[in-house]
Design a binder for this molecule. Structure first.
Ligand SMILES: Cc1cc2nc3c(=O)[nH]c(=O)nc-3n(C[C@H](O)[C@H](O)[C@H](O)COP(=O)(O)OP(=O)(O)OC[C@H]3O[C@@H](n4cnc5c(N)ncnc54)[C@H](O)[C@@H]3O)c2cc1C
Length: 464
């Protein structure tokens, strides 16, 4: 399939931009990423899920760039535990590897800094400064469709002419990061700890580098100017008890203290007929969740069929954008509620500004993981991804799946429920679906575990 007549430009080459671009190439489009390297050192932790996705979609270099898996020691609310595990990620190395994979998958990469994207009568014109052999050389490129993937630096969707609605943001948060030299004999590890002014994440890569990242409130005027950051950081370390052990024998590197904004946020507008905002630009989760990269990958995976629909079936624009927006709204709600529960679990400093603001934000909304039996399951029609496009299908909506579930293990649930299954084995039913018996068993188990019976289909039919 070739859709080469439409040019698609993706501004930003992090996980969201790269997965969007590769998804579009898979659908037959030509996709160009314009990106510049991350200008500061960044280290993160990821779980097994994003690693599996990278492997599954053939991102060999990115998978190979992932560091060791370590146990994360957590010191929260005066209690210590070491239950979770995470892979260590050097974001500068990881991002370069992602771009190599994208290039191998057929994406065109331009190394440059986007300066401006202007909507024209038919499409967009993007101005950028190249960062290859000719520093700061200016260039322009036309695009029929534009993808905003510049992470937290995204502009499209934040406001101005393009965006409708409100840009939503949680309490202002910044992450201060400092690198240290430590003995390479010390094992790789990560640790998280709360303290009165916020929380900290410590990492040791097992090769002589340690990172201390401190998350603090950064409402207007709270952070000192750049020249005062190093002093501010060392003052914070004094009131962070775990730092004493973490930094014993460590030598601070000359690179100083870097700052990243880290507040939760959601774009005012995530897309239109000729643009889509993906990854952190659409929805930036609290780094405390450690789910940002996983979400960014998912965002890119869902963006490709949405863009395909917008370009190929403009009559389905509302449906495609509804699919994308519901996905964002749900992830935003779940992420914020989970964050609030984490912060509320730290009860030692309820009156400290950092904790007070976060344990109450957002207001309302209930628990992050509602009991699946609190709301009866129902059938309704919702947009889903079908053969590379967004289409309406019968889905089952439950308390834990407000966007509805169309298929489990490739088996459409509503069709399975209405299949004349009397006395048929899973193997016989599977043959009718062109699937394996195990797939039918797993779809049936999903329905059974939620006590969903064929009667809900009859109820649905009576209503419609
Ligand atoms: C302090 C902090 C700690 C975090 N820790 C974790 C963690 O431990 N685990 C986790 O999973 N997630 C973590 N996250 C979240 C994670 O970093 C993001 O969710 C994820 O990187 C989003 O991917 P993205 O592709 O949307 O954006 P990004 O990864 O930010 O990619 C955007 C790309 O666009 C480029 N770019 C920006 N502006 C321009 C421009 N003008 N022109 C060209 N290119 C441009 C950038 O250089 C970058 O390469 C953390 C976030 C923060 C702020």
């Amino acid at each position: 399939m070739v859709n080469n007549d439409r040019s698609i430009v993706i501004m930003g080459g992090g996980p969201a931009g790269v997965f969007t671009a590769c998804g579009l190439v898979d659908l037959g489009y030509s996709a160009t990423i314009i990106t510049r390297p991350r200008p500061f050192p960044a280290w993160e932790g990821i779980s097994e899920r994003p690693r599996t996705s990278l492997q599954h979609f053939g991102f060999r270099a990115a998978t190979a760039s992932i560091g060791p898996m370590v146990t994360r020691a957590a010191h929260w609310n005066g209690q210590s535990q070491a239950q979770n595990r995470e892979y260590i990620l050097n974001r500068q190395t990881f991002d370069q590897a992602l771009l190599r994979d994208a290039k191998n998958q057929g994406v065109q990469i331009i190394h440059g800094r986007v300066e401006k994207a202007v909507r024209q009568e038919n499409g967009w014109e993007v101005s950028y400064a190249t960062s290859g052999g000719h520093p700061h050389q200016k260039a322009r490129i036309k695009a029929d469709f534009l993808v905003e993937a510049r992470g937290r630096e995204s502009k499209l969707g934040k406001g101005g002419d393009i965006a409708e609605g409100d840009f939503t943001s949680g309490p202002a948060t910044s992450a201060l990061l400092k690198s240290y030299e430590v003995s390479p004999d010390l094992d790789a590890m990560t640790s998280v700890a709360s303290f009165p002014k916020g929380w900290a994440w410590y990492l040791r890569d097992g090769e002589g580098t340690a990172i201390l990242q401190i998350f603090i409130s950064s409402e207007k005027g709270e952070l000192p100017p750049k020249a005062g950051l190093a002093h501010y950081f060392s003052e914070l370390i004094k009131i962070l008890p775990e730092a004493e052990l973490w930094l014993r024998g460590a030598i601070g590197r000359a690179s100083g203290v870097s700052v990243r904004t880290a507040a939760v946020s959601k774009a005012a507008t995530a897309g239109g007929h000729d643009f889509l905002v993906v990854g952190d630009g659409a929805l930036a989760l609290d780094p405390l969740s450690g789910n940002g990269i996983f979400y960014a990958i998912g965002s890119g995976l869902s963006a490709a069929p949405v863009i395909n629909s917008l370009l190929k079936k403009p009559e389905d624009k509302e449906l495609a954008l509804q699919f994308y927006q519901e996905r964002l709204d749900n992830a935003f709600k779940a992420g914020c509620l989970m964050g609030r529960e984490f912060y509320a679990a730290e009860e030692r400093w309820p009156e400290e500004a950092f904790w007070k603001a976060r344990r109450l934000w957002p207001r309302g909304g209930g628990p992050s993981h509602p009991d699946i039996m609190t709301q009866p399951a129902r059938i309704c029609q919702k947009p889903v991804v079908k053969e590379g496009l967004i289409a309406l299908e019968d889905v089952i909506v439950t308390a834990d799946h407000p966007r509805g579930v169309w298929k489990i293990d490739g088996i459409p649930l509503v069709k399975l429920m209405t299949f004349p299954a009397a006395k048929k084995t899973d193997r016989e039913t599977a043959a009718a679906f062109g699937a394996e018996a195990a797939q039918v068993t797993s779809a049936r188990n999903w329905l059974l575990s939620r006590n969903i019976r064929p009667e809900i289909y009859e109820k649905h039919n009576r209503k419609t």
